[in-house]
Design a protein around this ligand. Structure first.
Ligand code: S3P
Length: 173
């Protein structure tokens, strides 16, 4: 049985970290935090505004600070943004301070989930479909090195309810 006091969900944009995290938290009676939403509340800016005004590097530092601020919080599920795990030592920190779960999805599934709502996602907002698909393939290959360090890896291509069950099974092992 894994330690479920502090769970971190990692994975690419469109992996379903937020909806899965909410359901998972409910079934384990834990609090749920979406790191992007938390950052937006703290900074009083949308993620897109932070990227536009301060740039990606500044966002990564804000994101890291936000992540580390949960060091002493327990009974919590934290859905991290897609780029959080691959910045500096964030992935190692998550593994040292809780249990990490990678929601692994295929590029095709990610494309169908994120392309229709690209406006909300500053990294792909101005891309056409071909560029988005290429971006997913390249970034996923790059980030998988980090994501795959997670304590639990589940296939996230299916329905939310099924993926939640897979996570619960992974946490029991
Ligand atoms: C990002 C993913 C987003 C958000 C930001 C950057 C990324 O979070 O943090 O737009 O680098 O992949 P979601 O994975 O929740 O969409």
């Amino acid at each position: 049985m894994k330690n479920i006091d502090r769970l971190f969900l990692v994975g690419f944009m469109g992996a379903g970290k937020s909806s899965l995290g909410e359901k998972l938290a409910k079934s384990l009676s834990l609090r749920f935090i979406d790191l992007d939403v938390w950052i937006e509340k703290k900074t009083k800016k949308s993620i897109s505004e932070i990227f536009a005004d301060e740039g990606e590097e500044a966002f990564r530092l804000i994101e890291k600070d936000a992540l580390l601020s949960f060091k002493n919080e327990s009974k919590i599920v934290i859905a991290t943004g897609g780029g959080c795990a691959s910045f500096e030592d964030n992935m190692q920190w998550m593994n040292e301070h809780g249990t990490s779960v990678y929601i692994s999805c295929s590029p095709g599934v990610l494309f169908h989930r994120i392309a229709p709502e690209k406006k909300k996602r500053p990294l792909i907002a101005k891309m056409d479909d071909v560029d988005i698909m290429e971006y997913i393939q390249e970034k996923l290959a790059e980030r998988n090195k980090y994501y795959l360090k997670a304590n639990v890896v589940v296939d996230g291509d299916g329905e939310v309810e099924d993926v939640v069950v897979k996570i619960l099974i992974g946490l029991k092992k």
